[in-house]
Design a protein around this ligand. Structure first.
Ligand SMILES: Nc1ncnc2c1ncn2[C@@H]1O[C@H](COP(=O)(O)OP(=O)(O)OP(=O)(O)O)[C@@H](O)[C@H]1O
Ligand SMILES: [Mg+2]
Length: 234
């Protein structure tokens, strides 16, 4: 296939995951990559109309998650470098598809080839194992040391890669990257970046405890961040 032909995706129903803003497809050219498309019902224009007036001053691109993510990755490459790839999937860049413009990145799979699950799902299914706690400690230390840019880290935006017997070996943040502040000083002040990243890691731990408490109360899992077995084997 030549590069200027669109990548053919079969249709929305074949997305392996549907987030609040994007559909995620396995890249038909390479099973180690995924392609994310904006959901038609969550267009940048629609999102801008729903935003508070102060945020509506931002350009339309700021409401396009794929555009925004690609811009953040360029800054991560410049300011943090390859060390970041232990904490976030690699980005391969924009691709044209028959369903519209997409963004291609590394698809995180377990050692058995299945698509890795979110931290939210892992906790819900297996609880907090010792290995997961240790992994979380090293993830948090690295996240802080590198001053990784992100919004609040959400449990459904962190993926746990496992070896056999659901033994977790890596935590990676697949969404929500970039400083959300109106004036993102943390891009220019590494000490501030480290401070904010450290806070995000502390809040992630709190979110984990809150999820486990929610489960203990018998509450619902919620809509986001669950992959059925069939979706994981695409
Ligand atoms: N690189 C990846 N590797 C494995 N799974 C992924 C990857 N990217 C996304 N996923 C899965 O797809 C789901 C949705 O992806 P993503 O968070 O990018 O969508 P979104 O619509 O931007 O999310 P949100 O609802 O947080 O706005 C994730 O919760 C995760 O289960
Ligand atoms: Mg998400």
């Amino acid at each position: 296939m030549s590069d200027d032909q669109p990548v053919m995706l079969s249709g929305e129903q074949d997305a392996f995951a549907r987030g609040g803003n994007r559909l995620c497809f396995v890249d038909p050219r390479d099973a180690g990559r995924c392609i994310k498309l904006l959901r038609a019902d969550r267009s940048p224009g629609q999102k801008r109309r729903e935003a508070p007036w102060i945020k509506r001053l931002k350009p339309l691109n700021a409401f396009d998650d794929n555009w925004q993510e690609a811009a953040v990755y360029r800054r991560i490459e410049r300011r943090i470098g390859p060390a970041a790839w232990d904490l976030v999937p690699r980005l391969f860049g924009p691709v044209e598809t028959n369903l519209g413009p997409g963004l291609c990145s590394e698809l995180l799979r377990d050692s058995d080839g299945r698509i890795a699950i979110t931290l939210k799902q892992y906790l819900w299914q297996y609880g907090e194992t010792t290995t997961l706690s240790q992994l979380l400690d090293s993830f948090s230390a690295r996240w802080q040391a590198l001053g990784m840019p992100s919004r609040r880290l959400l449990l459904h935006n962190v993926v746990v890669q496992c070896q056999e017997d659901r033994y977790p070996v890596a935590l990676k943040v697949i969404d929500g990257l970039g400083w959300p502040d109106l004036v993102p000083l943390a891009w220019y002040l590494p000490a501030l970046a480290r401070h904010k990243a450290g806070r995000r890691a502390v809040l992630l731990r709190e979110a984990m405890n809150a999820l486990l408490a929610k489960q203990a109360r018998g509450d619902d899992y919620g809509v986001h961040g669950w992959l059925e077995d069939a979706q994981r084997s695409i």
